[in-house]
Unconditional design. Structure first.
Length: 232
């Protein structure tokens, strides 16, 4: 049986797994390997809507999303990677006075999170997005640094940057089982043979429940149906 080893072994080649690999290598970590059971992005990543809205009720979540936008800019500007990232800005429309009051509260929260957000008039909103029917609108909130990204091309770009920094990415290698000693995973049985690892990181998305069950761990994850519209 073939036996391999890595300091950091990442299971899953979607946007989360590739981002973990990229950031570990960027922090100077060596001997990082990622295993993907199919091809990169073929799980939940490829059909995500890719909407990048940074303002959340949690300061930490907002900070994380702001870091994402900074990373997308850096990957394109400094590292020359090509992926579909459009910083279009986002609009939150307010059709009632109550909604307008809520928008002003959000703007206050955005400022406290150091996120640029403007309260604008219905006519200004229409200038930004001409398809808006401004009659009946009280106003809108506009975040200029929001946008949308193509998840598949972004994931491939991050994987490319990780490879340049020495990450070993292996596709069509499936994790089958795990060997545990004193409460720690010490090795992973795969279709490529055994992998010894100091740290095993699961980035398996919708397959997390199935994989964690092999370790006697219950992960409350399930598929949820969503809808979105794609325009030309």
């Amino acid at each position: 049986m073939v036996q391999n080893s890595a300091k950091h072994l990442i299971i899953g080649g979607g946007i989360i797994g590739c981002s973990i690999a990229y950031h570990l290598s960027r922090m100077g970590e060596k001997d990082v390997c990622l295993l993907e059971r199919a091809n990169l992005t073929e799980g939940a990543t490829w059909h995500a809507a890719g909407l990048v809205g940074q303002l959340r009720s949690s300061r930490n979540t907002t900070r994380m999303l702001k870091k994402s936008v900074e990373m997308y800019d850096r990957l394109q500007r400094q590292e020359g990677l090509k992926f579909d990232w459009k910083k279009t800005g986002s609009l939150r429309l307010a059709a009632t006075k109550e909604r307008m009051l809520e928008a002003r509260r959000l703007a206050t929260m955005a400022r406290s999170f150091d996120l640029e957000m403007h309260i604008i008039s219905p006519s200004e909103a229409k200038q930004l997005f001409p398809l808006i029917e401004q009659n009946g609108l009280e106003g809108a909130a506009f975040i200029p640094s929001d946008g949308y990204v193509d998840p598949a091309s972004l994931c491939q770009a991050i994987a490319s940057a990780a490879r340049k920094q020495g990450v070993d990415i292996r596709q069509r290698v499936e994790a089958l089982d795990f060997n545990v000693t004193n409460g720690r995973i010490t090795s992973v049985e795969t279709t490529e043979g055994r992998w010894d690892a100091e740290n095993v990181i699961f980035a398996t998305g919708m397959w997390s429940r199935e994989i964690a069950a092999k370790l006697g761990i219950q992960v409350p994850a399930c598929a949820v149906e969503h809808q979105y519209i794609v325009t030309e």
